[in-house]
Design a protein around this ligand. Structure first.
Ligand SMILES: Nc1nc2c(ncn2[C@@H]2O[C@H](COP(=O)(O)OP(=O)(O)OP(=O)(O)O)[C@@H](O)[C@H]2O)c(=O)[nH]1
Ligand SMILES: [Mg+2]
Length: 343
């Protein structure tokens, strides 16, 4: 049985107090719709996180939930899926970077509902994760979780548990140059293997230090994954991602600094004072989100300009044609959205 405490969130000082060195922070990530929020609800034994079928993604913010598993406090982090229409994965990684700059990450549950092959979003998550954490044995703290196993076809040898735990895992390790050894499956009726894996994570060393990456390295990886060849479109895409990452870092750092100052100032405050402080924090975070929405609007405008410019060039007579360019990839790579952080 799992006991729960209230959901916590980024730089919530109340929850900092709850956070003893024993808290095991576990990030639940993977492509949109793989069942991250559902798994968290099942582990908590109550419906705390919104779930649903939406190709554009359901979870849009970063939020943590506390639960006791194996007699230890585990903090599960739910977040937008890789491939979310509004929040590109690199922005989610920036949020995680802000959260985990000064606290340890005990593990990653990397979800995939496909027993035949790992999706591109999972590859993106694994590569970004690998870049961002320095632990020598970090792969020991990554668990590949096959979700929705009720949909597997046990009569089809390439769509069953064994295929997922064997060939699919081996192929994925090769692709991401990883060494994931922990693998399990689950479904709505049975998450016991996931719980056992989480208990195992207590015995590992975790992910190591978070290391902020050069934005150009992240941008190059995103472009590679999206198959964007060298050329003007790639350069434009790189520049956009780099600009966005830098802007996010500034916003997040500023917001965190303000929240910390506020929390320190109200450390001994009465309940009433504390509530007022909470309200102030909320207002500050709303301001951050508004600023990011505005960034998003400007970004969309800029991209529309880029598309129009490309269309204009393509319409030009052949003698004036530019070297062949591929239009920017409109996947998760460039679809920016407001960055939301829940308190
Ligand atoms: N058949 C089946 N469906 C499931 C299972 N787990 C989740 N689902 C369904 O899958 C859909 C997506 O689940 P979510 O938990 O919202 O997925 P998510 O990964 O949090 O999605 P985003 O927040 O969009 O990234 C929902 O309709 C769930 O009901 C499962 O074990 N079996
Ligand atoms: Mg979700």
């Amino acid at each position: 049985m799992s006991a729960t405490v209230a959901p916590s969130a980024i730089v919530n000082m109340e929850n900092e107090v709850v956070a003893t060195p024993d808290v095991l922070n576990i990030v639940v990530w993977g492509e949109s719709g793989e069942g991250k929020s559902t798994l968290i609800n099942l582990l908590l034994g109550q419906e705390v996180a919104a779930t649903g079928k939406n190709p554009a993604g359901v979870t849009k913010d970063l939020r943590s939930y506390d639960v006791m598993i194996g007699g230890r406090l585990v903090r599960l982090w739910d977040l937008p899926g890789a491939g979310d229409k509004d929040v590109p994965a690199y922005r989610t990684m920036e949020m995680l970077g802000a959260v985990f700059a000064d606290r340890p990450v005990g593990g990653l549950l990397l979800l995939s509902s496909n027993p035949e092959r790992m999706p591109l979003g999972a590859q993106l998550v694994a590569q970004m994760w690998d870049m961002s954490f320095s632990g020598m044995d970090k792969w020991a703290s990554v668990v590949l979780v096959g979700t929705k196993s009720d949909k597997y076809d046990e009569d089809d040898p390439v769509a069953d548990v064994n295929n997922f735990k064997g060939p699919v895992l081996a192929e994925f390790n090769k692709t991401v140059d990883g060494d994931i050894q922990k693998v399990c499956t689950c479904n709505r009726d049975d998450v016991s293997e996931v719980k056992s894996m989480i208990e195992l994570l207590h015995t590992e060393n975790g992910m190591g230090e978070y290391q902020q990456q050069d934005p150009s390295r992240i941008a190059a990886m995103m472009c590679d994954l999206n198959g964007l060849p060298d050329g003007e479109a790639r350069e434009a895409e790189m520049a956009k991602i780099i600009e966005q990452i830098n802007a996010d870092r500034n916003e997040l750092q500023g917001a965190i600094d303000r929240l910390r100052e506020g929390a320190q100032a109200s450390g001994m405050a009465s309940n009433e004072g504390h509530a007022a402080e909470e309200e102030n924090r909320r207002r500050e975070m709303d301001a951050v989100v508004d600023a990011m929405r505005e960034q998003h609007r400007q970004e969309v405008e800029r991209l529309e300009g880029l598309i129009l410019e490309q269309a204009r060039r393509q319409a030009e007579p052949p003698q004036q044609a530019q070297p062949q360019q591929q239009a920017p990839a409109f996947g998760f790579c460039i679809q920016l959205g407001p960055l939301k952080i829940s308190i």
